[in-house]
Design a protein around this ligand. Structure first.
Ligand code: 0GY
Length: 337
């Protein structure tokens, strides 16, 4: 396969090294080839790898923009996938993530533990330690984790835990399991990220209302876009946002929610509604490397170009991309307070 080589520089920090996204991918592929025998993990059948050559976005991200939802997968030879995982992805390590960050023009990342790594957060912690102040993380932890381990995670940059209720991804647990974890993380001021599908919100609502910390919902609770923004499931989500001042939403994953496909215009009204009503409680992220896509590998440059369609004013975009993620993940910097 021929990859286009484009010498690009980050548009967020002119003094940082120039990064060639495509070249990094080629180099990583060569390395991956040489260590193939050491890695037992082959992507699952039909696995769609991330886009090898995303376009340069037309929308220029503001300096300080945060990609607040992305993952790292492996590399499996170094960070093996969990035995209990429901899917086996391709390798997508920290070097590629940081190259993409610079190529698209983001300043920072929030790296979310993916279910394929189970409760072993080593790959995320390693990425956080490499990125220093340019990344924060969200972990998946058991309730019996030691205080020392929690403290070490906090020092590395973990600021939240993720509760995943999507049945194709995890075996869910009784509510006490999650409440015990919340008891453990409260002392660190961490928040909870929840991932569920629209039809499960009604059942989860009492649990969500009981949480005494900030709660961030992945991908707007995965509305069924074909049903339109007036469907009771999406209205239920908006009502809960209205009722719970501690509830935030990621306005992410048009590529997952869209029925019509790129450029994902059918998802615009959903994100637009959430942003216009709750501008101080929304986050945006690429979701790179896009686990479990069934139709196509989204072009991350095209995803960035989606942002001005959903956050239509400079003020909305500043809150979405800088002030909100900074308040949640880097409160010590005082931005957006
Ligand atoms: C996402 C979505 C998915 C997977 C995971 O942790 C994960 O495995 O988050 C999905 O398959 O919908 O947010 O990245």
């Amino acid at each position: 396969m021929t990859l286009q080589i484009a010498e690009v520089s980050t548009n967020s920090k002119a003094h940082e090294p120039r990064v060639c996204w495509a070249r990094q991918i080629r180099q990583t592929r060569a390395v991956a080839g040489s260590i193939k025998s050491a890695s037992s993990a082959q992507p699952g059948a039909g696995w769609i790898p991330f886009h090898p050559n995303p376009r340069k976005p037309g929308y220029r991200l503001p300096v300080g923009a945060v990609d607040a939802h992305c993952h790292v997968f492996g590399p499996a030879a170094e960070f093996p996938f969990a035995p209990e995982r429901k899917y086996t992805p391709c390798d997508a390590g920290k070097d590629k993530l940081f190259a993409l960050r610079d190529y698209l023009g983001f300043t920072r990342n929030v790296i979310v533990q993916a279910t394929c790594h189970g409760k072993d957060n080593s790959a995320v912690l390693d990425a956080l330690r490499t990125a220093g102040n340019r990344a924060r993380g969200v972990a998946d932890i058991p309730a019996n984790i030691s205080d020392a381990e929690l403290r070490s995670m906090d020092e590395a940059g973990i600021r939240g835990v993720r509760f995943n209720f999507v049945r194709r991804l995890v075996d869910t647990r009784p509510q006490e399991f999650y409440l015990d974890i919340v008891e453990r993380i409260k002392q660190f001021g961490w928040h909870v990220v929840v991932y569920f599908e629209a039809q499960d919100l009604e059942g989860l609502t009492p649990f969500l209302r009981s949480l005494p910390v900030t709660v961030v919902v992945d991908h707007m609770g995965r509305p069924d876009v074909a049903k339109g923004i007036d469907h009771p499931n999406f209205r239920r989500f908006l009502t809960l946002m209205e009722d719970m001042p501690n509830l935030w939403s990621k306005v992410t994953c048009p590529e997952r929610l869209s029925v019509t496909g790129p450029p994902y215009n059918d998802v615009v009204p959903f994100c637009g509604e959430v942003i216009s009503r709750f501008p101080d409680r929304v986050l945006w992220g690429t979701d790179w490397p896009h686990p479990n896509m069934t139709t196509h590998a989204p072009d991350d440059g095209e995803l960035v170009d989606f942002i001005p369609k959903i956050a239509v004013s400079v003020t909305q975009r500043r809150k979405l991309l800088i002030e909100n993620p900074m308040r949640l993940y880097w409160p010590e910097e005082g931005i957006g307070q």
